[in-house]
Design a protein around this ligand. Structure first.
Ligand code: CO
Length: 298
């Protein structure tokens, strides 16, 4: 007896497209802020999406000297160049091209990210992922993976996925695990005209940032083109189906479960209430948030 299995996939088309706006952060690093702006304050659980990209050292050399965070996670993924990281918990390392740092600030951390280069291209993204109330005051945690620790799933002759977090249909699993929002973070390369189809959990918030080329994303009502340096917010559904629309196409795909709690934010602190944010500032100023440190001159 053969049951007719009807495949009912709901395609995650483009719901909204963002270009972001120029911003400056750290000690004067020029970047493009795509989430965390007046246009889009946050998209649960994503609180911030920054893109830094320059081959002019004046734009990045001052870096991000020691500064605090509380209440969420910071994710830094390098597309080109080297950033040296240090924090108040004692972690230290260099994030190089293709490497990722996934830091849980929890109840408090002070960290710095300084360019480990004086010339050449520095390019990467920083994303803030929220934590639910019961984990905002958890112990800080730190994960860092080099490019060679991030597995790649080859899909056909011209397409591949580097899996930072989450799992592909063939079972390739990224090294970042145990994160409460069950994130998926993939670096996709899709050949000219090649198709890419994968499942994304329905109900999770999903973003596609095109690093290079152009992606044609299929939705329930047709196709949308997402050009280079644009961020697409994907509609709900269970399937991402896209096609490489330029000669070379590369994009970052992120998805995570929304938390559904109030967001109170100011600068480097993201809590549930205004009072908790004020407490974070007080704790920082009185040295109770984390142990301060200074960068020694080289
Ligand atoms: Co930071």
């Amino acid at each position: 007896m053969n049951a007719v299995v009807e495949e009912r996939r709901r395609l995650r088309g483009v719901q909204r497209m963002l270009r972001g706006q120029p911003a400056m952060d750290g000690a004067g690093v020029r970047l493009t802020r795509v989430i965390g702006t007046p246009e889009l304050d946050h998209l649960d659980p994503f609180l911030l999406f920054d893109v830094f990209e320059s081959d002019n050292p004046d734009d990045y050399i001052a870096g991000f000297p020691p500064h605090p965070h509380r209440g969420f996670e910071t994710v830094t993924y390098m597309l080109a160049g080297h950033l040296e990281h240090r924090d108040s918990v004692g972690n230290q390392g260099v994030i190089e091209t293709g490497g990722v740092q996934w830091m849980t600030a929890g109840r408090g951390i002070i960290h710095s990210e300084m360019p480990k280069q004086a010339d050449g291209l520095l390019r990467g993204v920083q994303i803030w992922v929220n934590l639910p109330a019961h984990l905002k005051m958890s112990e800080p945690a730190y994960r860092e993976y080099d490019a060679n620790q991030i597995p790649e799933d080859t899909m056909g002759a011209s397409s591949s996925v580097r899996v930072v977090a989450g799992e592909t249909a063939t079972g390739v699993t990224g090294p970042v695990s145990g994160v409460v929002t069950q994130p998926l973070f993939w670096d996709l390369v899709v050949g000219a005209g090649a198709e890419f189809t994968e499942s994304i959990p329905d109900g999770h918030t999903a973003l596609l940032f095109v690093v290079e080329g152009e992606m044609a994303v299929r939705g329930q009502d047709g196709e949308s083109r997402v050009p280079e340096r644009h961020l697409a917010i994907l509609a709900q559904g269970d399937t991402l189906a896209l096609r490489g629309a330029a000669a070379r196409n590369r994009a970052l795909l992120l998805a995570a479960a929304p938390i559904g709690e109030p967001v109170a934010r100011s600068g480097p602190f993201v809590m549930n209430t205004r009072a908790e944010v004020i407490q974070a500032f007080n704790d920082y100023q009185s040295g109770r948030l984390a142990r301060p440190y200074t960068l020694e001159k080289e």
